[in-house]
Design a protein around this ligand. Structure first.
Ligand SMILES: CC(C)(COP(=O)(O)OP(=O)(O)OC[C@H]1O[C@@H](n2cnc3c(N)ncnc32)[C@H](O)[C@@H]1OP(=O)(O)O)[C@@H](O)C(=O)NCCC(=O)NCCS
Length: 173
């Protein structure tokens, strides 16, 4: 039987699984640590990738004020790597941001080569708005940050927007 990989908006029931997925990478210092409370508070930003129904990856898409979004907390469980799941999560973040009309998306990463495969280019960190760094104070590497900033222009890319939010429709006389 073929396996089923699905990327969907996160729900309250996913918080524990998202926390468990992020934890080892946060401990290793490759992503920012996120508490359960933090995940709850930002749940509307999170996507979950499931493999035959089991959550195996997560990503968050955060919007800044200056028509700019960030891909955060992108992880795929180690035993599920190389199946295209990370790419699907990244693609979903981009489509979601595009659907909201966001022009640019960036990431701070130790894996610029991964992002390069999806059309991201390196940019100077100084080109990002100051606001971006407010979450970094929680990072153990704050004073010695060696992450690389990568960015993609969504408005130039042929991205098919994806709507995740439910649409309410009523008909009235
Ligand atoms: C980065 C990560 C999400 C990739 O997940 P994945 O499911 O293995 O990625 P995919 O299978 O979708 O790979 C897509 C493409 O990227 C390439 N790729 C994957 N990991 C890569 C890496 N570490 N470096 C360079 N290229 C990579 C793959 O070879 C593939 O290319 P191809 O289509 O030409 O074969 C995963 O390695 C991870 O969770 N890493 C630890 C957390 C992390 O650093 N996240 C990024 C924080 S910004």
């Amino acid at each position: 039987m073929p396996h089923r990989i699905r990327v969907r908006a996160a729900e309250v029931a996913d918080v524990e699984a998202i926390h468990a997925l992020l934890e080892p990478f946060a401990a290793a210092g490759v992503i920012l640590p996120r508490s359960r409370d933090d995940i709850f508070e930002h749940l509307q930003e999170f996507l979950v990738a499931s493999f035959d129904g089991e959550p195996v990856g997560a990503a968050a898409m955060h919007i800044y004020g200056s028509n700019l979004a960030e891909v955060r907390s992108l992880v795929v469980r180690e035993d599920m790597r190389g199946r295209g799941i990370g790419g699907l999560l990244l693609d979903a973040c981009e489509r979601w941001a595009a659907a909201l009309g966001v022009a640019r998306i960036f990431a701070l990463t130790y894996l610029p080569e991964f992002f390069a495969r999806f059309g991201y280019a390196r940019v100077p960190k100084e080109s990002l708005p100051h606001k971006v760094w407010t979450v970094c104070v929680h990072c153990p590497r704050f004073s010695n940050c060696d992450e690389i900033a990568v960015e993609k222009r969504l408005s130039d890319a042929p991205i098919e927007p994806m709507k995740l939010a439910p649409i309410l429709e009523v008909e009235q006389p």
